[in-house]
Write a protein that binds this ligand. Structure first.
Ligand SMILES: CC(C)(COP(=O)(O)OP(=O)(O)OC[C@H]1O[C@@H](n2cnc3c(N)ncnc32)[C@H](O)[C@@H]1OP(=O)(O)O)[C@@H](O)C(=O)NCCC(=O)NCCS
Length: 172
């Protein structure tokens, strides 16, 4: 299995992975909307020439007190085809994705999801770093990972996803 950056010809397969994993169109549509904006990382997991997993990171803003050069990404969505789940692919996609974020100089990543799953990568509740979520979700579900030690020391506020994420307003 190989993790690599998405290519133009992967677009339909990425749609299929997201559609199958989430059982709806919303995440697939979100990925299409986000494609092409600056500072996006979109990686695929390939097994025997088939795209079986996908992960995307996109820039988020912190409305509050942060230095202007602070750069933070949101991890969403991550998806693995149902038949390929629980074989370590999601874990690999997340680990490789986070490495790419570090290489590109980002200081932190946020994620909204299951704490049991994401804590294994070092994510902690964002509230412990004085970061809030714009959505009404349980405290422990909104998490952050510092990519540089102390990166969040002088940063606090409300994390805002890009406007493309409003696609969820109609679907939650
Ligand atoms: C979440 C997802 C990407 C994980 O991919 P995966 O390839 O199955 O994950 P891995 O095989 O690397 O890891 C599996 C482990 O994560 C746990 N896990 C997987 N999905 C989980 C979830 N949604 N919540 C909690 N734990 C989860 C499993 O219990 C398993 O734990 P174990 O190793 O102790 O048995 C995949 O299950 C998926 O596509 N789910 C549907 C879409 C989704 O919910 N995406 C995440 C929200 S953005």
């Amino acid at each position: 299995m190989n993790i690599r950056t998405e290519k133009l010809e992967d677009i339909e397969a990425i749609r299929q992975v997201n559609r199958a994993a989430f059982g709806r169109e919303t995440e697939a549509n979100l990925v299409d909307k986000l494609r092409g904006i600056a500072s996006i990382f979109s990686l695929v997991a390939v097994q025997s020439d088939r795209i079986v997993g996908h992960i995307l990171f996109s820039p988020v803003a912190v409305v509050g007190n942060c230095s202007s050069n602070f750069s933070i990404l949101g991890l969403a969505p991550v998806a693995v085809l149902p038949d390929y789940q629980r074989q370590g692919m999601g874990t690999l996609l997340i680990r490789e994705g986070l490495k790419e974020c570090v290489r590109s100089g980002f200081q932190a990543v946020v994620v909204l999801g299951n704490p049991d799953f994401y804590s294994r990568f070092g994510f902690i509740p964002a509230s412990r770093k004085s970061l809030g979520c714009e959505y009404d979700v349980p405290d422990e579900a909104f998490m952050v990972l510092e990519l540089e030690s102390g990166a969040l020391q002088d940063c606090s506020g409300m994390v805002k996803y890009r406007s493309e994420f409003r696609i969820f307003d109609e679907n939650y």
